[in-house]
Design a protein around this ligand. Sequence first.
Ligand SMILES: [Zn+2]
Length: 159
Amino acid sequence: MTDVTRPREISVDPYRLEDDTWIDLPSSIEGRSRPGAPQESEQFWQSLRDGEVSFQRCTECRRYTHYPVGGCQWCGGPLRYEVVDGRATVNTWTLCLLEFGPGMETPYLAAIVNPVCEPELQLMTNLVRCRVSDVRIGMTVKPVIFNDDQRALLFYEPE
Ligand SMILES: [Zn+2]
């Protein structure tokens, strides 16, 4: 019989990285790639600069849509921006040790979160103000708006 390679026994909680590194807000967002600014997203970015999170909401089915588009992603209906509290749950995440773009301070946590107001939406973000070992899929996070007076980006921190 041939040797069978078996996976090593997992001796730690597989959902926990044993890494106590504190991930803070970046000291700067200067140099980071700028998201595109089509007309549909203008109000989203302006809201962030004003210190609020707002998503487009359908005037017909009342569901939220994100990223900003010209019509409701659920029914095609017309959209209006509405301020939301922005709370979300972590869908998935990863620790990034390499600078995958200009202006990125390593290490950082890249994540996809699901807004509580519309859990089927997926929002790409960075998790901040937490230890790597404390991040869990499903944990509740709240918005942290980084505003450097020229533009604002939406990050999330544990609630
Ligand atoms: Zn709709």
